[in-house]
Design a protein. Structure first.
Ligand SMILES: Cc1cc2nc3c(=O)[nH]c(=O)nc-3n(C[C@H](O)[C@H](O)[C@H](O)COP(=O)(O)O)c2cc1C
Length: 177
């Protein structure tokens, strides 16, 4: 299982959770790390490189901090530019078919705020629907997201543990077993 993690964090040096995750995934030879904000400081995405990377892997992970109930903008730009007609969807657009897609998302708000009646009113599953719809269109299998809610109040130990759990999760042979 070849895993590609596409990390989109605009201020990774100030990050706590995504940085801990990044340090952990870098230790694993079966994981390719593609840090978008480091790779493209001027935000000019090399579409050929990105498509080649996706083609070479079986499982793709989009790792990001939740910003305004979505991803930071460079991951959206990546989707707009890399997921092209004839490659990701449309006639003969089958290059990602049968690959797996996992979202790995951190949120400032605590878990209980992401539910009906909670401060954010909606669950993470509801808020992540646009990603699921994208996955449907490009023919990837949308696996359950790996979530870390409540980054503002997280303890060091919890973050450390989640980094290990995260790696195990994205490397697991069959996530539904
Ligand atoms: C521009 C911006 C928008 C944010 N929007 C949300 C949001 O919609 N929901 C939420 O729970 N947290 C939100 N946050 C908090 C981040 O999700 C949180 O700081 C991040 O997940 C922490 O991860 P890190 O330690 O890797 O930076 C936002 C933060 C920023 C800077």
């Amino acid at each position: 299982m070849k895993v590609l993690v596409i990390v989109a964090h605009p201020t990774i040096e100030k990050s706590v959770v995504n940085r801990a995750w990044l340090e952990e995934i870098r230790k694993h030879p079966d994981i390719t790390v593609n840090e978008l904000y480091k790779e493209y400081p001027n935000e000019q995405i090399d579409i050929t490189r990105e498509q080649r990377l996706c083609e070479e892997h079986d499982r793709i992970v989009w790792q990001f901090p939740f910003y305004w109930y979505s991803s930071p903008p460079l991951l959206k730009k990546w989707q707009d530019e890399v997921l092209t007609h004839g490659w990701a969807y449309g006639t003969n657009g089958n290059k990602l078919h049968k690959k797996e897609l996992i979202l790995a998302v951190t949120t400032g708000s605590a878990k209980e705020r992401y539910q009906a009646g909670g401060r954010n009113q909606y669950s993470m599953s509801e808020l992540l629907k646009p990603f699921q719809a994208t996955s449907n269109l490009i023919g990837t299998k949308f696996l359950p997201a790996y979530l870390f809610n409540g980054t503002y109040t997280a303890l060091d130990e919890e973050i450390k543990e989640s980094a290990k759990e995260y790696v195990n999760y994205i490397l697991a042979r069959d996530i539904f077993e």
